[in-house]
Design a protein around this ligand. Structure first.
Ligand code: ADP
Length: 257
């Protein structure tokens, strides 16, 4: 049986096709979230990769910010549920999932089988989300990938202390103008996101094993800074950004069987 998960985020769209709720046949990621061509591109891409048609799917579930506007999906599931299921499928031992996406950050604590026990969320403020990192990478005029790699190799981190993205942007511009090293700035920026996220994790309780999901899991600088803040190793899969889509496909399978 084939099921499809569609995760329509604020900045990207992701899809995954599973066989029997477990084996990943294909996955796709397209830039552009809700209200863009991203969802259609991700859907076309995953079906082409899998060599299947929408009609071959026993069930289709949508998740993410744009889940209510996905006409191909017969059901919707919350992002919390889907990231929990996707993370559990990748790392069955995980009890804490840190999901940092393009516009919010969530920490989910799990009991066995990928079921959610509790969660904490920051969806009020861009600081502590991928948006903060995207803004800062453009201030530094470097690609997103470089923000993490520079942060990891930095000898020290510049203090980026503003608690608001707009103020932090001015702060980083003046640090840059003052000649502060780019690597140290990248480290300070990643540390700022990690610090805010760590505060959420600590409020919920740091129960190992911990993993990251969402696009910011691709940023090694944030991951390393979060590990230092929590004093726990953090598991990261190359598929972390797809956990929501994979989780939605698992959810669809559970509903269909
Ligand atoms: P959403 O589901 O809200 O659209 P995602 O989970 O796809 O968000 O995460 C998007 C975030 O992932 C971006 O804001 C960006 O900070 C981060 N990101 C995406 N690609 C990369 C990359 N190659 N390197 C580092 N960070 C990345």
């Amino acid at each position: 049986m084939y099921t499809l998960g569609i995760d329509i985020g604020s900045t990207t769209s992701k899809c995954a096709v599973l066989r029997d709720g477990a084996e990943k046949l294909a996955a796709s990621l397209a830039l552009g979230g809700i209200g863009t061509k991203g969802p259609a591109e991700a859907l076309d891409g995953v079906l082409k990769d899998a060599g299947l048609a929408l009609e071959d799917m026993a069930a289709v579930a949508a998740t993410g910010y744009g889940r209510t506007r996905c006409e191909q999906a017969g059901m919707q599931a919350s992002e919390l549920t889907c990231h929990a299921l996707g993370a559990h499928a990748a790392f069955p031992q995980v009890r804490t999932v840190v999901d940092i996406g393009g516009q919010d950050a969530k920490v989910i604590s799990l009991v066995g089988e990928g079921r959610m026990r509790n969660f904490m969320m920051n969806d009020k403020c861009a600081a502590g989300t991928g948006r903060f990192l995207d803004v800062m990478a453009s201030v530094l005029q470097i690609p997103l990938d470089e923000l993490g790699s520079r942060a990891v190799r930095a000898e020290s981190a510049a203090a980026v202390s503003s608690t608001c993205t707009v103020f932090a942007e001015s702060e980083v511009i003046s640090l840059l103008a003052g000649g502060v090293d780019m690597d140290a700035l990248a480290a300070g920026i990643c540390a700022s996101v990690a610090g805010r996220t760590a505060a959420l994790v600590k409020r919920l309780g740091v129960v190992p094993a911990v993993c990251m999901s969402g696009g910011v899991a691709r940023n090694d600088g944030v991951r390393a800074a979060l590990e230092a803040e929590l004093g726990e190793p953090i598991l990261v899969s190359p598929d972390a950004q797809l956990f929501g889509a994979v989780g939605a496909a698992i959810y669809a399978y559970k509903k269909a069987t």
